[in-house]
Ligand binder design. Structure first.
Ligand SMILES: Nc1ncnc2c1ncn2[C@@H]1O[C@H](COP(=O)(O)OP(=O)(O)O)[C@@H](O)[C@H]1O
Ligand SMILES: [Mg+2]
Length: 594
């Protein structure tokens, strides 16, 4: 016996049209239409013990045009004239089988056959819903090699919702929702469960320091000005020499200037020159074989500046001397090809070098100048320890809150690129299992992965390139992305469209809703109608990681992220903590809160 034992009078209506996985149902009894609610499930028997499962997408009740009568004509029987037409549109999502070989009660996402016209359609409710959701829950738990508990189904709060932890990250995930809809809580809850695994490997790009409360994670911070004086272990410097030529160019070369090509060439020459000198001094000639301008070896920025200065001030000896005048007897010189042409560029470069907010890049402590410092950085970023005390944890939270917003994209992009490249160059091992998979959680992705509409500048484009490569190729090398954003319409569509799993919390904005809808197969668009009305922490989950595309009430994490929401009215009503505004002004002057 299966879980469905419907009686004919329980049916909603009968199948009226079939169009691939979308069907419409004619509901003759207007009363029964009340049972049809968008998002609810229905069952249609296709063979003896096989049922098609569908989700209600649309419900309608149209008035029917009454037949026009000739004058004087009296209708025979008023009750036989239908005044309304009731219907339901359903999207088929899978097949339930009472028996499948040895196994009983199975659900798969495949739709093996389409329903016949006039088949009865039954709403799945009450006991049958409970049973069905129980099967769904058990199947998703057992089918996934690594079930990840995300919450409970909205349809039945007693059924735990599991998703497939492998599939979720293999082809990337997007976590979308307006502010305050529960994104950070969802991230925290996933992190918490990942931390239970002995070798989890996740890097969270935390833009507001929201996740500082997660005590199971390792915490790092992109260094701020305060770190120059007092050395702290968790500060990460990203020294200048890690930048690729393209990244440097996007930071320093003013593309609008006439001299841009000269500047770019000079930068290229000087970087190559400086790096070659370092490699020779290090005694590592093997690096010269595959050498490019982007080979990451540490060099001193002062050496690069010196090389550029020399080009800018170059004076070529002509071999002649002044015969008369104040400089009589001195050698005559000619301008070099770049003499004076790099002045503006050098000013730009030096201004940035002296801007203390960029300390993490231009004023990295001496230990970052060593050849081995990149090894240490790789271990910090990608090491996956087992300790839960956070020191050696595989969950790494990197706080970017002190990074100036104008170069945030480059810095975030740099971290992502390093992770991808190190993973790419890791020995895959015999079975490919020597590469340890890693996931990058990109919080507030709209800030550094902008869509074309949000007009990406050269800095953003570099970051985008790095992330797009991960989005396209990451699966092969074990780098997954989890893109988190409150403004999906401002996030690069190239990246979003590579995300096979969408977790969408409440989304109020129409443009954002449209973006999410575009990411889904057409047959599920109806499901997205609920986006603006979802409860806090409730999400529509769609993708290959979930067995049924449906609403899930996400569970709260044990360890809550520090919410960025400040309760205004409440705080105004309470006794006030002392606020030192003078100190704030001083912090602003010093650009540090320490
Ligand atoms: N799964 C959930 N269940 C219940 N309440 C939640 C849940 N997720 C979030 N909340 C509530 O909503 C608030 C905002 O959540 P948060 O994750 O910070 O939103 P976002 O990151 O999307 O701006 C939290 O402070 C919490 O009170
Ligand atoms: Mg948040």
């Amino acid at each position: 016996m299966g879980i469905f034992a419907f009686k004919e009078d329980q049916s909603l209506g009968e199948v009226r049209s079939v169009e691939t996985s979308r069907i419409t149902i004619r509901v003759t009894d207007g009363q029964r239409l009340q049972k049809a609610r968008v998002g609810r499930l229905v069952a249609i028997q296709s063979m003896g013990d096989e049922w098609l499962i569908g989700i209600i997408e649309r419900v309608w009740r149209h008035p029917v045009e009454l037949p026009t009568l000739n004058e004087g004509e009296v209708p025979k029987d008023l009750t036989t004239i239908q005044q309304e037409e009731n219907g339901v549109a359903v999207s088929l999502v899978g097949t339930y089988r009472e028996r499948d070989g040895e196994r009983k009660d199975t659900f798969t996402r495949a739709v093996f056959s389409l329903p016949e016209i006039n088949r009865l359609v039954f709403p799945i409710e009450e006991k049958s819903l409970e049973d069905f959701m129980g099967i769904l829950s058990a199947t998703s738990k057992s089918e996934a090699i690594t079930p990840l508990k995300v919450g409970t189904y909205t349809l039945d709060g007693k059924a735990t919702a599991y998703i497939d932890g492998d599939k979720l990250f293999q082809r990337h995930a997007a976590l979308l929702g307006s502010t305050g809809s529960g994104k950070s809580f969802t991230v925290a809850s996933i992190l918490e469960q990942a931390a239970e695994l002995p070798h989890a490997n996740m890097i969270v790009l935390d833009l507001h320091g929201e996740y500082s409360s997660m005590d199971f994670a390792a915490h790092y911070r992109i260094a701020g000005i305060g770190d120059l004086k007092v050395k702290k272990d968790n500060a990460i410097f990203l020294p200048f020499w890690l930048l690729t030529y393209d990244e440097m160019q996007s930071v320093f070369v003013d593309r609008s200037g006439d001299n841009a090509p000269n500047q770019a060439l000079a930068l290229m020459d000087s970087v190559i020159e400086t790096k070659r000198a370092v490699i020779t001094a290090l005694g590592k000639p093997e690096l010269l074989e595959g050498f490019t301008v982007d080979t990451p070896v540490p060099y001193k920025i002062q050496d690069l500046v010196a090389s550029l200065d020399a080009k800018n001030e170059e004076a070529i000896d002509t071999g002649e001397s002044y015969a008369s005048g104040p400089r009589k007897g001195q050698p005559k010189t000619e301008k070099g090809p770049l003499t004076g042409k790099l002045s503006r560029f050098l000013i730009r470069l030096k201004t940035k070098m002296n801007d203390r907010r960029y300390a993490f890049m231009y004023s990295a402590p001496a230990e970052y100048d060593t050849y081995e410092s990149l090894h240490d950085l790789a271990i910090k970023l990608m090491g996956s320890g087992t300790a839960k005390d956070g020191v050696n944890s595989g969950i790494k939270i990197i706080d970017f809150s002190e990074v100036p917003s104008d170069i945030l994209p480059v810095v975030v992009g740099l971290v992502a690129r390093l992770v991808y490249q190190i993973q790419f160059w890791s020995d895959p091992g015999k079975d490919g299992d020597a590469r340890h998979p890693v996931v990058i959680v990109c919080d507030e992705a709209h800030l550094y992965l902008p869509s074309q509409a949000a007009s990406a500048g050269p800095l953003e484009r570099r970051a985008l390139e790095n992330f797009e490569r991960i989005a396209k190729e990451g699966r092969k090398y074990g780098v997954g992305l989890m893109v988190v954003s409150q403004r999906p319409s401002d996030v690069s569509t190239t990246i979003l469209s590579q995300c096979s799993n969408i977790i969408s919390l409440r989304l109020a904005n129409k443009t954002d809703q449209a973006v999410v809808r575009q990411l889904l197969p057409e047959s599920l668009e109806g499901l997205m109608e609920v986006l603006p009305t979802l409860d806090v922490g409730e999400a529509v989950v769609v993708g290959d990681a979930t067995l049924l595309p449906t609403r899930i009430k996400m569970s709260k994490p044990k360890c809550e992220p520090r919410s960025a929401t400040i309760p205004f009215w409440y705080r105004w009503a309470r006794p006030k903590a002392p606020v030192d505004l003078a100190a704030a002004v001083e912090n602003m002057r010093r650009q540090s809160r320490d």
